[in-house]
Design a protein around this ligand. Structure first.
Ligand code: ATP
Length: 235
């Protein structure tokens, strides 16, 4: 579904990503883990088209999408839920959700989309006429996830959905992601610093350090890898 090869991204003179290659197959749940500043957010932005690539290839279902602007990638079914719960605070929950469905296909299926996200996140239905800015941090994260789903994506890019949340809310966000996965066998690429939770949910993962992929493997191989255990799991 998604194939990234030899991806380079620079900010001025700083090489944020160097020769990054990864693949996400149809229906797979792939996780990227790595420390602060490893380049995880940059990788998501390069895939969704919001930072320019300095080199390499990005293909979606065999199609070269390097020159596609972000909205054209959304039209192809790639939805990016950015880090930091970027909801529109002075719009209602419902208005935020509707903004997620501007893609033509999603617009036609808006009612069905709302039904799905309200079933997954009943709290959003309860608060649908409230300003998004009045929701708690956890609820805003649910709204950001739900807005991503409203685009009826084939590939969901999730950038650190647990960021800035307390432990109880982190748990409910991961439960929500597992719920999304069960409800629709979506292809998911998740970036996380919560390594245990992220690896437990995924099929496969990549470890990104200083802008390079240093390790990759399926869930069990990564969870039992001594380098992952000592650097990320505190074993
Ligand atoms: P975090 O977990 O802290 O979000 P990350 O793994 O997502 O980190 P990135 O945010 O992709 O990492 O950053 C990778 C590198 O690029 C870092 O050194 C960061 O300081 C730098 N960087 C990120 N965005 C910019 C920017 N807009 N301009 C300049 N440098 C940037």
């Amino acid at each position: 579904m998604l194939k990234v090869s030899g991806l380079d991204v620079s900010y001025g003179g700083l090489h944020a990503l160097t020769g990054v290659s990864l693949e996400v197959r149809e229906g797979e749940f792939v996780t990227i883990i790595g420390p602060n500043g490893a380049g995880k957010t940059t990788l998501m932005k390069a895939i969704s088209g919001s930072v320019p690539m300095a080199g390499g290839h990005v293909e979606n279902r065999g199609r070269d999408i390097r020159t596609f602007p972000p909205h054209a990638r959304t039209d192809l079914g790639i939805a990016h839920v950015p880090e930091g719960r970027k909801v529109f605070p002075s719009l209602t929950v419902l208005e935020n959700l509707e903004l997620g469905s501007y893609r033509a296909l999603a617009r036609r299926r808006r009612a069905e989309g709302l039904e799905t996200v309200f079933a997954l996140f009943p709290v959003l239905q309860k608060r649908r006429h409230q300003m998004a800015g009045s929701l708690s941090g956890g609820e805003q994260q649910m709204l950001a996830l739900a807005r991503g789903l409203m685009a009826q994506p084939d590939l969901l890019l999730l950038d650190e959905p647990s960021q800035g949340l307390g432990p109880r809310l982190v748990e409910s966000v991961f439960e929500a992601i597992a719920g999304i996965r069960r409800a629709r066998r979506l292809t998911i690429l998740l970036v996380e610093q919560r390594v245990v939770e992220a690896l437990e949910l995924c099929d496969r993962g990549y470890v990104l350090e200083a802008g390079r992929v240093v390790l990759q493997g399926d869930r069990d191989a990564l969870l039992s890898d001594p380098r992952v255990q000592s650097a990320y799991l505190g074993v």
